[in-house]
Write a protein that binds this ligand. Structure first.
Ligand code: KIV
Length: 271
């Protein structure tokens, strides 16, 4: 049965939510078969798959294309599209149009928005229009130039109180869930306690309602990963082994062998 935003809301405080990023159909199919609750087509797409050194260059068209690939391969998980930098928050009509494309064209069931004081009203509007919103507070990587790096957030009493306040405002505006990134575990625990909607943490300790990680970090594809990520496999090493074995066999002439070739007798002696 396809997971709905209502199912995710109902998991708060009951069942731990499993969420990861996915950017392509094969990865989505594998993750869906493992029973992940949410697949996020994160704008981390820019770093993991498009070769950029930040998420800022990712476009609405990039996200629509990759979200559509993920949605086509997903039967059960909730597919959420991450709104790229400046695709929201500049102009309401433009924000709504861009978010609408994620549902209408790409098959997402919700959008995620890197949130701040400027996204409370937008969250209300999108929710009223039927576009469910996952809010995102703490470290919001689209603000990297403002923040001066991918640094921990909510580490002072004032900044922690601001995150808690914004979390409540986004819940009141209709957000169905909230990602908390790179904040102290004790702050994440208090935000989780204060909200009815589920919190999903990344670098936010064990007390959120769920966890999210970037798939490349989970499977060991990244050449760098943040301190809060855990590598559960080593796909990169497996790929290196397979690709170098392939190249070796081509160079020494042992691939393709007879079992990978076919011969038609009538084609001998053509000249
Ligand atoms: O873009 C992304 O992958 C994200 C998650 C890390 C939450 O925003």
């Amino acid at each position: 049965m396809p997971t709905t935003v209502k199912d995710i809301r109902n998991m708060a405080g009951e069942t731990r939510i499993t969420m990861m990023t996915a950017y392509d159909a094969p990865t989505a199919a594998i993750a869906d078969a493992q029973g992940l609750d949410i697949l996020l087509v994160g704008d981390s797409l820019g770093n993991t798959s498009l070769g950029y050194d930040s998420t800022l260059p990712v476009t609405v068209d990039d996200t629509v294309r990759h979200t559509a690939a993920v949605a086509r391969a997903t039967e059960n998980a909730l597919v959420v599209a991450d709104m790229p930098f400046l695709s929201f928050g500049v102009d309401d009509a433009e924000s709504i149009k861009n978010a609408g494309r994620m549902l209408k064209e790409a098959g997402a069931k919700a959008v995620k928005i890197e949130s701040g004081p400027h996204t409370v009203e937008l969250t209300r509007k999108l929710t009223q229009l039927g576009i469910p919103v996952m809010a995102h507070l703490g470290l919001t990587p689209q603000q990297v130039n403002q923040l001066g790096g991918y640094t921990r957030q909510g580490t002072t009493r004032d900044s922690a109180a601001a995150i808690l306040d914004l979390a409540k405002q986004h819940e009141a505006a209709g957000a169905f869930s909230l990602v908390l990134e790179h904040i102290p575990a004790n702050l994440a625990a208090q935000v989780t306690e204060a909200l009815e909607i589920p919190t999903i943490g990344i670098g936010a300790g064990p007390d959120t309602d769920g966890q999210v990680l970037v798939v490349d970090d989970i499977v060991g594809m990244s050449d760098w990963q943040p301190p809060f990520a855990k590598q559960f496999g080593n796909v990169r090493a497996e790929m290196e082994k397979a690709i170098s074995a392939y190249a070796d066999e081509v160079r020494e002439g042992s691939f393709p062998g007879p079992e990978h070739s076919h011969v038609e007798k009538d084609l001998d002696n053509l000249y």
